[in-house]
Design a protein around this ligand. Structure first.
Ligand code: SAM
Length: 278
């Protein structure tokens, strides 16, 4: 855990609800879960790093149009440093198993060199220049030769504010603050030069697609943002028991909501980066 930062989001019911909602937004926006540049073999072996609630591996199994044999023989493994958001194992399809594992540590030998695809999603608040090397080393160790890494994330650098409405632009004080906070993430140097930080670890670039959440996705993303704010801002204030902190946190979220209702939304850039082990 030495290379890990403290995880800023919670792992309670609200956090899990938000992750499952975010999963639906990203799946809809990207029109699926596995990029077309990732050719899965029959009976694929797939890992999901930082799996959270495990929704990605479960849905990959149930939604992909595989042959019956492919579904029966598939193996999907979700890894996460915490088991707190895992559903009870009796609720999982038999092809899906979830494991407690730090993404910056070494993986058990039984997983090394076994995977056709390693998927990572929403690691923007976790990755930084100090831990990217052990992170990629771990992923590369999991992949078979020729196996694929699919990394889906939000690029904080290219996050913008959209003004929707007929009147003059609202003043997005709190929304602008939230955008500025993204741009101050410790991982920003990585996201400003992904080639520099991700090539040369035994991984070659296959494709990098970037697109922006727009239109109907803006209010959905905004709802997701409000849930995140409630989780990492209001929840700790409430836990502190300090009435002044609670009031400030609640007022900030209320202002954030007001600004969106008067037409200022966050429009993040989503990327899908596909890399292949040599
Ligand atoms: C923003 S959530 C994304 C969850 C999931 N990938 C998704 O897209 O639904 C980040 C996840 O990374 C996990 N995480 C944080 N630090 C980690 C670490 N050092 N190793 C593995 N997982 C970690 C968290 O527990 C959380 O489940």
């Amino acid at each position: 855990m030495s290379k890990s930062l403290q995880y800023v989001l919670g792992r309670g019911l609200g956090a899990s609800t938000r992750l499952n909602f975010q999963h639906s937004i990203l799946k809809e926006h990207l029109n699926g879960l596995v990029h077309s540049k990732v050719p899965l073999p029959p009976r694929p072996v797939i890992a999901d790093i930082g799996t959270g609630t495990g929704i990605w591996p479960v849905e990959v199994l149930t939604r992909l149009k595989w042959s019956k044999d492919g579904v029966q023989g598939a193996q999907l493994h979700g890894f996460d440093v915490s088991k707190d958001q895992f559903p009870h194992e009796s609720l999982l399809p038999k092809q899906v198993s979830l494991h407690q594992q730090d993404a910056f540590g070494a993986y058990p030998d039984k997983f090394v060199g076994k995977f056709d695809l390693v998927h990572v999603r929403a690691f923007v608040s976790i990755i930084n220049p100090d831990n990217i090397k052990p992170f990629l080393r771990g992923i590369t160790s999991l992949l078979k030769p020729g196996g694929f890494l699919q990394w889906v994330d939000l690029n904080p650098i290219n996050t913008e504010i959209r003004y929707i409405g007929r009147g003059p632009d609202p003043k997005p004080g709190h929304i602008q603050y939230a955008v500025d906070q993204y741009k101050a993430f410790r991982g920003v140097p990585i996201f400003s030069d992904l080639d520099k930080h991700t090539l040369g670890h035994g991984l070659q670039l296959v494709s990098h697609d970037a697109s922006r959440l727009e239109g109907f996705m803006l209010p959905l993303w905004f709802q997701n943002e409000v849930m995140a704010l409630e989780d990492f801002y209001v929840r700790p204030a409430k836990m502190s028991g300090d009435p002044a902190k609670i009031q400030q946190a609640e007022e900030t979220v209320a202002s954030f909501i007001n600004e969106a209702q008067s037409g200022a939304y966050i429009s993040p850039e989503v990327f899908v980066r596909v890399m292949q082990k040599a």
